[in-house]
Design a protein around this ligand. Structure first.
Ligand code: ZN
Length: 374
């Protein structure tokens, strides 16, 4: 992570760079952000910059030995502390036991929150904390001699998740810091951190990302059209994790639209083989997404019915959906719309009742065949 990879936050970047250039580097700094603003990547870019052998006016060099080790997140003087779900059986009880997962996780996605981390570990809905045991590790590491860096860095992501014993020991370390050691704490909820750590750290408040910066990134790095980027940018409202979620939702939408088109074409042309194949696809979605897809189809049926009336204010379809409707909407009319909706409703109930999804889908396709001909 370099400063150039940070989305927006120009003012904070300038301040951090200035602090490094002037050598005014408080030994404990608390980065506070509303989720998705990029505090963690900022702190990491800052740590890299401080240790770079040939920094430019705006960023680390990317070539010196320190930068190369930061690239791999394997600098011997860079430590990470983060919430985990301890697993005694698997002997995973401290952050270092999760270090390879953590590095892969950071490599894949510089912007993340606790949910994305827990999903990555397959530990959704579990309590993740920084355990008391971690403090012994921190003390052990910081009692070692620094290897080579200008600044040895301990990054603590979400100190608010720290067990109290651990927090108190960290506080001691902050009060009597070993030489050349920098504590960078990154918090979404600083009020939950013990007051003494808060008061002994230099606080850096990071604001939500400027919407324009998010829009530019969505266009340049993710290939979104200006209109789509604007929509997603406004929904995300300064939270880049949210922007990523919206993009992946619209990917899901594309899949549903393709499935819907296939389903309607098969039904209209009485293509039984096609119906069976589409039923297989439907099964592969899994239960929750099968239900999502059925709601999507209900929405499409409603939108296609309304499409006749040529009242754009009442229609809520994106470009791709609307272009299918120019051909499909004549087949949804007052003679079949209620029965179509009723059949979709019934299929949804059956999914909830654990009826075989392949049978539900196939049966539904046959009924739609009859209804579309009315
Ligand atoms: Zn460098």
């Amino acid at each position: 992570m370099y400063f150039k990879d940070i989305i927006g936050q120009e003012e904070t970047k300038r301040r951090l760079i200035q602090s490094a250039q002037q050598g005014i580097v408080p030994h404990a700094q608390l980065f506070c952000e509303p989720e998705g603003a990029g505090a963690f990547p900022l702190a990491l870019a800052y740590a890299r910059y401080l240790n770079c052998a040939h920094p430019s006016e705006t960023d680390a060099c990317g070539k010196c030995p320190s930068c190369l080790k930061y690239d791999a997140l394997m600098h011997p003087d860079l430590y990470f502390v983060f919430p985990i779900v301890a697993n005694k059986e698997k002997k995973k009880e401290i952050c270092d036991d999760y270090l390879s997962e953590w590095r892969n996780f950071l490599n894949d996605r510089p912007y993340f929150n606790l949910n994305t981390w827990l999903n990555y570990l397959g530990a959704e809905n579990k309590q993740a904390i920084i355990y008391a045991k971690e403090s012994d590790e921190i003390i052990r590491k910081l009692s070692l001699k620094a290897y080579e860096a200008n600044y040895r860095v301990l990054m603590v992501w979400l100190p608010e998740k720290m067990n109290e014993t651990c927090a108190n020991k960290l506080l001691k370390m902050i009060e009597e810091p070993p030489a050349h050691t920098l504590f960078l704490l990154i918090s979404n909820n600083p009020d939950l951190i013990i007051g003494t750590i808060q008061s002994r750290s230099q606080r850096i408040n990071i604001r939500a990302i400027a919407i324009d910066a998010i829009i530019r990134t969505l266009m340049s790095k993710f290939g979104l059209s200006p209109d789509d980027a604007k929509n997603v940018g406004h929904i995300a409202n300064g939270n880049f994790i949210k922007a990523m979620e919206v993009i992946s939702l619209s990917e899901e939408n594309k899949l549903y639209l393709e499935l819907f088109k296939g389903m309607m074409r098969n039904s209209w042309s009485k293509n039984v083989k096609g119906m069976k194949e589409t039923a297989e696809l439907f099964v592969s979605l899994g239960r929750e997404r099968q239900k999502d897809f059925l709601s999507f189809v209900q929405r499409m049926i409603r939108e296609n019915f309304i499409y006749h009336f040529q009242e754009p204010d009442l229609n809520y379809m994106n470009h791709d959906e609307a272009s299918f409707s120019t051909k499909f909407s004549p087949f949804v009319n007052e003679r079949n719309v209620y029965d179509l909706m009723a059949e979709l409703e019934k299929a949804d109930v059956q999914i909830t009742q654990n009826v075989n999804p392949k049978m539900i889908f196939f049966d539904l396709s046959l009924k739609i065949t009859v209804l579309l001909k009315r």
